[in-house]
Structures are given as C-alpha cells and as structure tokens.
Design a protein around this ligand. Sequence first.
Ligand code: GH3
Ligand code: MG
Length: 450
Amino acid sequence: MRDLTSGADSALIEMVNPVNWRTALERLDGNEDLLKELAVLFCLEYPKLISALQKATDEKNANAIRAAAHTLKGVMGTFSADVASQAAAKLENLAEVGTLMGVETLTAKLAAEVEAVFVALRLISNDNQSANNKPATDNNQRILPCDLKVLIADDDPISRRALEVSLTAEGYEPSIAADGLEALRLLEGPDSPKLAVVNWMMPHVDGLKVCKTIRQRATDAYVYIILLTARGRKEEIIAGLEAGADDYLTKPFDVLELKARLRTGRRMLGLQGQLVAAREHLRVLATHDSLTGIWNRAAILDQLETELSRSKRSGVPLAVIMADLDRFKHINDTRGHLVGDIVLRGAAIRMKNALRAYDSIGRYGGEEFLIVAPGCDSGEAGNLAERLRVAICNENIEVRGTSLALTVSIGVSVTEPTSTPETLLCTADEALYEAKNKGRNMVAIGNPVA
Ligand code: GH3
Ligand code: MG
C-alpha cells in the first residue's frame, strides 16, 4: 500500500494540500485503509452536503445553514482540512447569531474550499483498490478486549464509519445509529450496549436529549456516555455533563484518545457492575436463611403481609401453613448437630420442591417452616399441606451413610374477612399444636380465632 505521507507520494501531497494527511492519519491511529474508505464515503456524500448548504443559503434559512455548516465543519475536521473547516465554522457562527449579512459570500467560499477537498479526496478514493469495506486490522495482533458492545450514534456517515472501523479494530462490537431516536431504541433492553459514543448535534433528538432520556430511565444497568461535540466552549461542555454525559470528546476526535476514554468507561462500568453485584449479594444475605437457602423469618413475614393485602383486594383466599419437624431434637442428640443441619436443609428442599411456583416458604424458627400459599381455600390448603407431609416422610434422608426417617406435623389456616397476619399465624400455630398432640406426622386445619 502506498504511504500517503512520504516518498513517492510527495507529488500527490502537493496536489492535495487542502487536506493535512499526516494529522488526519494520526487521528485515525495511522489506519490508511480507513482514511481511504472515509474519502470514498465523503465523495459519495459530497453532492448532498453541498446542495443542502446551497439550498439553505438560497432560502436564507438560518437554522438549515447552521446545520449544514456544522456538518461540513465536522467532516472537514475528520480530514484535517483546516481551511475548509474554518470556513464552515465561520458560516456556522454567522448563522447562529441569526444575521445573514454576507452569507452568500461565506457559502461560496466554503463551497470552494470543500470542492478542493473533494478533488483531493477523489484522487485518494480512486487509488486502485485503496478503499475497501473490510474492517481495519491491527498490525500488532493484540489480544482483543472482551466482547464489549458500544453504541455509535452520529448523523455524519463519515464520522460514523471512522468510529465503527476504529472501535471494531479494538475489539468492540459497535451498534450503529444515525440519529438520536435510533440511539435510544438501541440502548433499550437488557443486552443493549452499556457504552455509548453519541454525537451532540443530530437532527430531531440530539445527543443532549439522548443523555437526559437515558438518565431518566429507572434501571440498574448504567450506560457510560461519551458525548462527541464540535463545541469546545466551557459552558457547552458543562451543559453536556449536566445532561448526563460521563465524558466528552471534541470533534474531529483522535482515535487513540477515544480508545483511552472508552477504556475509562469500561473501568467505570466494571466498578458499577461490582457495586450492583455486592448490593444484590447483601440483599440475598438479608432476606435468606443461610443454612437452608429459603426465605428467612423477616422475609417470609413480609411476604405474608404483601399476599394478605393482595388477597383482601382481590377477594382470593390465602393459606398459611406452619410445618414443624417431629422429634428433631432427637436427631441432634443422637447424630450430632451437624447431621441435624443436613437434615434441616434436606427437609427445606423437599418442601420447596413440593410447592407451586407462586407459593413461598421461609424458615420461621429452628425446625419450623412457614408457607404462604395464595389462592388456596381450606380444601386446597389441606391438600397442599398433605403433599408437604408426604414429601418429608415418604423417603428416608440419607446422611453420611445412615438413613434417617423424618416426619413433620402441619397446621393450616385460611383467610377470612377479618384476618390479619397475627390471627393467621396464631390459628396455624394452634392447629400445629393440635397435630402434635394427636400423635404427629399429620395435618390439622385450624379454626378461625374467635
Ligand atoms: P416436636 O416433635 O415436639 O417438635 O419435638 P422437637 O424435638 O422437634 O422439638 P424441640 O422444640 O424440643 O426441639 C427442636 C430442636 O431443634 C432443638 C434445637 O436444638 C434444634 N434446632 C433448632 N435450630 C437448629 C439448627 O439450626 N440446626 C440444628 N442442627 N438443630 C436445630
Ligand atoms: Mg419440632
């Protein structure tokens, strides 16, 4: 491949001096293929860009002039076409102020500068097979980072492609959006990218709006947003950060700098992921019984309260089942506490497996379990309790080479209009007491508290 910056191409450089190749290449991390591909893209876009500028000027439409000049400023910046880029900035400023005096002259100057760049880039884009669509590869065959998804949102196809190729070469998996709406859509859903490079100025929904919308979404999955901006003024950068951007990069961006900033983003996402995981771990610790893995007392009582409110609203009955292992002390006394622990865990698993998906089971006390069963009247609750009883006793539990028979006594209570968590628990407890008194290994249905 020909070296664009030295030797045999010096004549070419002379011809194409509206473009500063060296800087443009440096910005793209020395990726010549990419620079040539961007040149092809620009040549395809050129008539559209110029006619948008011309039309806006003819119509004296300040907003449209500003937008067209802004786009050209960015595109020219990508190719380090500084004179053209400055001409675009001048026109953009004029349109921004709203005075359109002398606008035709500035537009004509800009169009001439852009045309010079077009001529230069066309030379490169015609350079045998220089421009191709294969993604850029890295000479050093470096180990690619993990499959990190990144959203690229930019309405400028040249900048978009530059971002896509550079980031793909770095091992990222880019999703591409040409406007803010598309960007928001691509950032939805659990598998969406958590890193986003978003252009500030885009039609309809701009980068600021994208930042604000993402930050308003109530979700744990943080999106790290780098805002791309041609606006370098302090107040504008502050506005970007306040809208929710984590970082910003001024256009035309330098690929190495972008990669470094993305690495920072990944580090932040990693830390955030650890925080979420730690919080989740704490939540599990706070609500689950460490020995059996089922809900702990506080959590199952919470569920009882929630389900009772739901039952009162819907009029659907709710059953509370209290199950206490029979003569468990004897297992501890004869086999030791450790064996007792294993039996407790086994009993919890057996009962949990016998429940329906929407029932909850928690450890209420030492060897006492509480089951909250929505939608059960006393007949269905009796059947469910009987299923639990059989799940415990129909097979011995094997522990360390010994086979232990286990039974459970169960008390059941079912809601009535005046039920409270306390009355339900009290009735189930009394029924359990009755089951124990009548000889254990049985189910008793409680009578409502008078
Ligand atoms: P009953 O049929 O009347 O319920 O008799 P029981 O022996 O099951 O009841 P009791 O209340 O006399 O004894 C319960 C035993 O459960 C006493 C206690 O040491 C044991 N226990 C409570 N929590 C644990 C635990 O986490 N692990 C072990 N191994 N034993 C426990
Ligand atoms: Mg017991």
